[in-house]
Design a protein around this ligand. Structure first.
Ligand code: SF4
Ligand code: SF4
Ligand code: SF4
Length: 341
């Protein structure tokens, strides 16, 4: 049903039957900006009414009753829906005698319906298509070198120029798993857009929301001050910069150090975890072996070291100076502030 310029009800069809661990669904249960419960219960002003279909969260349904909305959508009989895809897409053209993944069975033949067949049916009918997590966005873990399934990201499967029924490109929200509020904020943008209240969602060339992935981990890291002064940690207990023990933060697009993980707490390097580039299209292969110093950082840390130690010692002198009160703070019977009447 349409409001003045948008819709007032939206279904979210969430498929995690690709090459997935369901970790992104689990991650979303920690979101607070907004919480998925608040969206589903209609507590966010201005959003359309949302009907969520996610198998992990739909504990009251199973089997055919759960599949009903997906079958309805495939027949073109469901109202506007956002298709959320979790997990990478295997190449069913190389599945031998079997299949890689499936979601329900064909009612006539009894054969499993592959994730690829569902995507072929649902994606062209969807109001918007969202890939959640690095597997769905860029292939992720299942698409790494040497895998037997030929797995890929959603845009590799549907095409990078794909447009939904509303003319929206695939929206990629990477992360392994996705940062919960990054996904919920993106979904909220799309729901406001569906309601006619938001403009087109801004995406970068990798189809990520620009306001979430426009900065690097390093630019938001609590430890960046240590890096700048060439004060590097050499073991995982150190509170200092972790670049020499495997942190890729300077070249990775991710806002997790700024945003935290749950309710603002956490954020990989902030709390001692090296950044392994889990949001990136090149993940995991281009960041391996994990925990080795990134090759490109040898030159940059060498340059920083040249002046960082000097800067640090000069700052220590200034720090000692500003840690003392001015000399005119005293109780002697004269005024020494320099005041002139
Ligand atoms: Fe699991 Fe990570 Fe893949 Fe999400 S991106 S399905 S959390 S392996
Ligand atoms: Fe940058 Fe990583 Fe060091 Fe943080 S820990 S300052 S992200 S290199
Ligand atoms: Fe992934 Fe690095 Fe962001 Fe952590 S900081 S979520 S490892 S990209």
């Amino acid at each position: 049903m349409a409001t003045k310029s948008g819709v007032d009800e939206v279904h979210i069809l969430w498929i995690s039957e690709g090459m997935s661990c369901d970790g992104d669904t689990v991650s979303i249960t920690a979101a607070t900006q907004p919480a998925i419960e608040d969206v589903v219960r209609g507590l966010i002003p201005g959003l359309p009414k949302v009907h969520l279909h996610n198998k992990v969260l739909a504990f009251e349904l199973g089997g055919e009753p759960y599949l009903a909305a997906f079958r309805q959508a495939a027949r073109g009989e469901l109202g506007p829906f956002v298709l959320v895809v979790e997990g990478s897409i295997p190449n069913e053209q190389i599945n031998g005698e079997g299949y890689w993944t499936s979601f329900g069975n064909d009612l006539e033949t009894g054969e499993p319906i592959t994730i690829n067949a569902w995507l072929d049916q649902l994606a062209p009918k969807a109001w918007a298509v969202v890939a959640i997590g690095t597997c769905a966005t860029y292939g992720g873990i299942h698409a790494m070198a040497g895998n037997p399934t030929g797995s890929m990201g959603l845009a590799d499967y549907l095409g990078w120029n794909f447009r939904s029924r509303a003319g929206i490109p695939i929206v990629n929200v990477p992360g392994c798993p996705v940062q919960p509020d990054n996904f919920m904020e993106t979904l909220t943008w799309l729901l406001y857009q569906a309601a006619g209240e938001n403009p087109m969602i801004p995406l970068d060339e990798q189809l990520r929301p620009t306001w979430l992935f426009g900065k690097t981990v390093h630019e938001g890291c609590d430890r960046a001050g240590y890096y700048e002064q060439a004060d590097f940690g050499l073991d995982y207990n150190s509170p200092k910069c972790q670049v020499k023990i495997g942190c890729w933060g300077p070249v990775v697009n991710c806002n997790v150090p700024k945003r935290g993980w749950m309710a603002g707490v956490g954020g990989c390097p902030n709390v001692g975890g090296i950044c392994i580039g889990c949001t990136m299209p090149g993940f995991p292969d281009k960041f391996m072996p994990f925990m080795d110093q990134p090759p490109g950082s040898t030159a940059s840390t060498g340059l920083v070291t040249a002046y960082g130690k000097l800067i640090r010692s000069l700052r220590a002198l200034t720090n000692a100076t500003v840690n003392e009160e001015p000399r005119w703070h005293h109780r002697r019977p004269e005024l020494t502030t320099g005041y002139e009447p």
